[in-house]
Structure formats: C-alpha cells, structure tokens
Design a protein around this ligand. Structure first.
Ligand SMILES: [Mg+2]
Length: 260
C-alpha cells in the first residue's frame, strides 16, 4: 500500500515534546516516525525555537530519530545533511532581508509601544536577533491583553504580525510562518498538500494547520481552543490523548484504511 502521508510536520513544545513526561517524546511515537521515514516519508520539526535550544533539548530527550528538516523561529528552513542541519540559504536570506526591511519601519514607533506596555503591564520585554520586540507575559490572561494591543499596532504597518505561543510573543512578517515554510519544504520535495500531515497545539501553529498546506490536520488533547477549532473546521483529527501520544494517535488514524 502507498503511504498516504509523505511529509510529517510536527510542532515541538507541547506537541511532540512534553518536558515533564518521561520520556518527553514517547518511544512509540519515535518508532512510528522511524517506520514512516524508512517507508519514504519526510519529517520536519516546525518550531519557534532557535537551533541551539532545539538541538540541546533533542539531545537531552535522547531521541532516536532525526528530523529531515527543521523550521526554526517559525520561519527559517534547515535541511538535514549528514550530521548537521544546513540552512536553506535562498529562503533564509530572503526571510532575513524581508524582516530587516519590515523592522526598520517598526523601529521609530518602538519607544512608544514599549512605554505603553510598561505603563500597563509588568511583562519581560527584550530584543533578539529575530524581532525588535519580544515579550514574555506573566500569564496567558496578561498576554491576551498585550496581544490585543500589539494586533492593533500591527494594523499601522503593512505585513507586520504578532507570533504568539502561550505567554511568548514577537513581531514577524506576515509572509513567513510555520505554514509558508512548510509549503516551501513540500514544494521543494515535490509533495502536494494532499500528502502532508501537520499537528500543533498553540496559536503559532495556526498558519500550518490549514488545508492550504496540509490535508491531514491534527491536534493533541492539550491544544488550545482556537487550534482545536481550526483543526475541526479543516476536517482534521482531534486526539483525546496528550502531547506526543496524541501525535502518534493522529498519525495512526490517518494511516488506517477507511471504507468510504
Ligand atoms: Mg507548541
């Protein structure tokens, strides 16, 4: 039988990986992914993490399988080549240039934005290599309010958007996200969206949890409500199991032959 899934895109934190579980990535999920890779499927970890953070965490999790691709910081693409991951230069350079031009437009307004945030909330605010404004709120309720303010600010600058994952948020360009990066990987592999599986648990996963990029959509039981709603609307599978167990459950669901 031909494998219906040719490309597997898994979010990392809360989806593939649960820090407080042992092991944090279920062994049966690792075995399932290994089996699908042996049958020709490709696997991408599609995450908001940076390279060093992801590599350290994968090593500590003692993972036995290796992703074929990485999407990092929700926008950069890296390909597995022998023992390392090499950036997809054409995509990543364009991504960097596009963000530099966008953030140059954001800079003049930043002092005002930061001042407003400081007046209304006690959140951690910083700048990193990927965004001139990054935030960590004290809880999701606080981030809901910050998110609403930042969304309104984004309306003033074309193509500016907020990427939010739990209590974390940063600015990004609308054209670069987990969905567009997944679409680019599929395009390069010659895989149509009808053969792509995508699973995630939080708001930064919404762009890839779309029929535009993946026919097989899924969310683990711990996914936030908007993610479950997007998966449901996309005709996807909502697992009753948590984290990596939910990922394995969803993949198995789609692999089972069904009577139409
Ligand atoms: Mg997540």
């Amino acid at each position: 039988m031909t494998l219906p899934i040719k490309l597997i895109s898994t979010d990392f934190d809360g989806t593939l990986f649960a820090e407080f579980e042992s092991p944090p990535i279920p062994r049966h999920l690792q075995q399932l992914i290994a089996r699908l890779q042996a049958e020709g499927a490709k696997w991408v970890i599609n995450t908001g993490r940076e390279m060093s953070s992801l590599m350290e965490t994968l090593a500590r999790a003692n993972i036995s399988v290796e992703p074929d691709h990485l999407v990092l910081v929700e926008r950069e693409i890296h390909l597995h080549r022998e023992s390392q991951y090499v950036g997809l230069e054409e995509w990543n350079a364009a991504c960097t240039r596009t963000h530099a031009a966008l953030f140059a437009q954001v800079q003049p307004a930043l002092p005002r934005v930061i001042s407003w945030l400081n007046d209304h909330f006690h959140a951690s605010i910083y700048e990193d290599a990927y965004s001139p404004l990054c935030l960590i709120a004290k809880d999701n309720q606080q981030m809901d309010a910050i998110d609403a303010y930042l969304q309104a600010f984004c309306q003033t600058i074309p193509d500016l958007t907020v990427v939010r994952n739990d209590v974390y948020a940063r600015f990004s360009h609308r054209a670069y996200n987990k969905g567009s990066a997944l679409g680019e990987i599929a395009r390069r592999l010659g895989i149509g969206c009808g053969q792509v599986f995508a699973v995630g648990d939080h708001l930064n996963d919404l762009p890839m949890l779309s029929r535009r990029y993946a026919a097989f959509l899924a969310a683990p039981a711990n996914a936030v409500a908007p993610v479950k709603e997007a998966v449901r609307l996309g005709g996807g599978y909502l697992s009753s199991r948590l984290h990596g167990h939910g990922v394995a459950d969803a993949i198995k669901y789609y692999l089972e032959p069904r009577v139409c």
